[in-house]
Design a protein around this ligand. Structure first.
Ligand SMILES: [Fe+2]
Length: 298
C-alpha cells in the first residue's frame, strides 16, 4: 500500500508560455515564483509551486503526489511494477527541476502520467498573489479515465485512497486525508487533466471572481454552484490551451472516526452536480501529452 500524504503539483505543457503564465497570474491569481529556461513555476501556498508550465507541446504532462520519503518511493516502485506499471525513476536533474528530493513517474492504466515525489520544497514567505482571488491552497486535482469504477479499483488497491462519493459512473471522488476529495476521476475517453482546484477563503471570493472573470471575458465552464457531495461552492473556468481551473470554498471534511458511507448520485438528476440546479457540464479536459513528446519536456 503506497501512502500518499498530499497532492504536489500539476505539470502542464504549453506552446505559448507567456499567455499561460499571464492567465495564471492575472486571472487565476497565482504568484510566478520562478522561471528557468522554458519552465515557469506558479505558487499558491506553502508549496514552492503547484503548477509548472513547461514550454513545448500543449497538454498535461503529469500530476504529482507527495509521499513521505525515499523509502516510500522505493517501496512504491516495487508495488507499481508488480501491478504492471512501467516505473521511471527520476534523476537528480529532474528532481531539481521539480523542486523535490526524489521522484518517480508512471502511467496509470489509462495513460495519465502520475509522479510520486518526496521532499517537495516549501516556501513560507507571504504570497504575492497576481490577483486578490482569495486563494488559500491548491485543493485537488482531477484526471479522466474511461471507467471510473476501474480507476477507483486501481487507486484503492495500491494507494491509501478511499471513495467518498460516486456520481454514478461519471465521477469517483476520493480522499486520502479528511478532505472530501483531493483526487477525483471523471469519465473521459482520453487521459488528461479535467481540472485543478484552488480553495478560496470565502463564498464571497467565489462569487466575486465569477463577476470579475466574466468581465475579463473568461469562459465560465460551470457555476457558480454548490456540489452536494463535498458541499463546496464552485466555479470552473477555462484557461489557455484548455486548462480548466476551479475555485471552491466550503469543502466537507470526513474525519477518520466518522462512519462515512459513500453515496451514489445520479448524474441524470438535475441537482446531482449542483445543489442549486444550475446548468452543468463536464469541465473540458486538457489531454495528456503523448509519452514521446513528453520525454523531451523534462
Ligand atoms: Fe473539482
Amino acid at each position: 500500500m503506497i501512502m500518499i500524504d498530499d497532492i504536489a503539483y500539476v505539470r502542464s505543457g504549453t506552446a505559448d508560455l507567456e499567455t499561460a503564465v499571464r492567465f495564471a497570474v492575472d486571472v487565476v491569481g497565482l504568484e510566478e515564483i520562478a522561471r528557468e529556461g522554458g519552465t515557469a513555476y506558479l505558487r499558491a501556498d506553502h508549496r514552492h509551486h503547484c503548477l509548472a508550465f513547461v514550454e513545448g507541446a500543449a497538454g498535461v504532462l503529469a500530476s504529482g503526489f507527495v509521499v513521505r520519503d525515499e523509502a516510500v518511493l522505493a517501496a512504491a516502485e516495487i508495488e507499481l511494477e508488480h501491478a504492471g506499471c512501467r516505473v521511471e525513476r527520476g534523476d537528480a536533474d529532474g528532481a531539481r527541476h521539480r523542486r523535490v528530493s526524489d521522484y518517480l513517474a508512471f502511467d496509470d492504466p489509462w495513460g495519465n502520467r502520475i509522479e510520486l515525489v518526496c521532499g517537495q520544497t516549501q516556501v513560507h514567505r507571504p504570497l504575492r498573489f497576481g490577483r486578490a482571488a482569495g486563494i488559500v491552497e491548491f485543493g485537488h486535482l482531477c484526471v479522466d479515465a474511461p471507467d471510473v469504477r476501474e480507476a477507483y479499483a486501481f487507486w484503492s488497491a495500491h494507494f491509501n485512497i478511499t471513495i467518498s462519493d460516486w456520481i454514478g459512473d461519471a465521477a469517483a471522488l476520493m480522499r486520502f486525508d479528511p478532505v472530501h476529495h483531493k483526487l477525483a476521476v471523471f469519465k473521459g475517453v482520453r487521459p488528461g487533466l479535467c481540472h485543478m482546484n484552488f480553495q478560496v477563503e470565502s463564498i464571497d471570493d467565489v462569487m466575486r471572481s465569477w463577476h470579475v472573470l466574466e468581465r475579463m471575458g473568461v469562459e465560465i465552464e460551470m457555476g457558480p454552484g454548490r456540489h452536494p457531495q463535498s458541499t463546496a461552492v464552485f466555479l470552473y473556468f477555462k484557461g489557455p490551451e484548455g486548462l480548466t481551473y476551479e475555485y471552491s470554498w466550503g469543502v466537507r471534511r470526513i474525519e477518520p472516526d466518522e462512519d462515512w458511507r459513500p453515496r451514489t448520485f445520479d448524474p441524470a438528476e438535475p441537482d446531482a452536480i449542483d445543489l442549486w440546479a444550475g446548468p452543468t457540464q463536464k469541465p473540458s479536459t486538457q489531454f495528456q501529452v503523448a509519452a514521446t513528446q513528453a520525454r523531451t519536456a523534462r
